[in-house]
Design a protein around this ligand. Structure first.
Ligand SMILES: NC(=O)c1ccc[n+]([C@@H]2O[C@H](COP(=O)([O-])OP(=O)(O)OC[C@H]3O[C@@H](n4cnc5c(N)ncnc54)[C@H](O)[C@@H]3O)[C@@H](O)[C@H]2O)c1
Length: 314
């Protein structure tokens, strides 16, 4: 695997993956339409490598795919709140974008069809109060964002069966790390603290998420490519399951350098329709291939909070 296309290369997870591909000496063709969530400043970093080429394009309207070994699709609209206000961008990018990528791939001769690696999400399964979702569980999305991601997964299964398009579907849990847009919990909390505002938390902050470092997600994808089977779904789980309240307590401790009262900095009872209580994945299929998380939330969170505290992100 040497010559690859990474869509959404200027977004949070796509940029971590692009950096990791370049470090491996791969040729990377990055594609991004540069929505508000993109970080165009990363182009300076990536372009220092002669192996990086960039096209500003929308995956829905892209009409050419260079000959690549694989297309890693990180491009998507990703913020659940936005999807509740207006789902049209989500159907556009997350469903029609994948359909267009599938069509571009099937337009290649059979022996030249690149592998489509679709970055899906744990949210396609819906929530689970006890236990964990395996790859065999049915999809039960609860909001327009996760419904659009589940739809894309279905399209891929259909294009594989009918047109033989090779695929991998990767379903990671909540990612954290450097470079996430401050609409997501951790950077948003730091931004609110910097603005001396209270952090809005859904409900009583008791919703549970599983946290996976973005570099661990990239490593898991490489591991699956090297040791996994083609045309399969792989869950990828983090090693830190916590309520949003617990996460914010850690953010506060890192931000202030001491324990502070949660109520002074958090506004509870913010309501989001379709809110999922708990997401949790069983990723035994991946772990049996010998993969494990390299990053621990407690070791990473201080540097991440400091990173967001030290720079204002619009
Ligand atoms: N962040 C998470 O916690 C998480 C967890 C599991 C799965 N995922 C999935 O991983 C993928 C990446 O998530 P992220 O958090 O990095 O997203 P992000 O919002 O940070 O970045 C998305 C990137 O895609 C680009 N983009 C959006 N629509 C596009 C289009 N139509 N054509 C080309 N580029 C487009 C944006 O400009 C942006 O650079 C998404 O598919 C998401 O569903 C994210």
């Amino acid at each position: 695997m040497r010559v690859v296309c990474v869509t959404g290369c200027l977004g949070f997870m796509g940029s971590h993956f692009t950096r990791a591909c370049l470090q491996r000496g791969w040729q990377v063709w990055g594609v991004d339409t540069m929505t508000y969530a993109a970080r165009p400043e990363l182009l300076d970093e990536f372009r220092q490598s002669a192996s990086f080429k960039f096209t500003e394009a929308d995956i829905v309207t892209m009409d050419h795919l260079y000959d690549v070994d694989a297309v890693f699709n990180f491009a998507a609209e990703t913020h659940v709140d936005n999807s509740i206000v207006d789902s049209s961008r989500f159907s556009w990018a997350n469903i029609m974008g994948v359909e267009n990528l599938l069509e571009l791939i099937r337009g290649k001769r059979n022996y030249e069809m690149p592998l489509l690696v679709q970055v899906s999400t744990d949210e396609v399964y819906g929530d689970v109060l006890d236990g964990k979702h395996t790859e065999e569980h049915p999809l039960h999305p609860s909001n327009p964002y996760s419904a659009s991601k589940a739809s894309a997964d279905m399209l891929i299964l259909g294009w594989h069966r009918t047109h033989n398009v090779p695929y991998l579907i990767i379903r990671p849990t909540n990612n954290y790390g450097i470079g996430q847009y401050p609409e997501k919990l951790i950077p948003k909390a730091v931004k609110y603290l910097s603005l001396r505002k209270k952090i809005p938390l859904h409900g009583k902050g008791l919703y549970v998420r599983n946290w996976l470092h973005a570099e661990d997600t990239a490593a898991a994808i490489f591991h699956i490519l090297e040791r996994g089977q083609r045309n399969r779904v792989y869950n990828v789980s983090g090693n830190y399951e916590a309520t949003n309240r617990e996460v914010i307590e850690k953010v506060l401790r890192c931000y202030f350098g001491k324990r502070v009262k949660l109520n002074l900095h958090v506004q509870f009872n913010y309501v989001r329709m379709g809110e999922d209580v708990r997401y949790s994945l069983d990723d035994t299929r991946l772990r049996r291939l010998g993969w494990k998380n390299a990053r621990r939330f407690d070791d990473e969170i201080k540097a991440i909070v400091e990173y967001y505290r030290d720079r204002f992100i619009w």
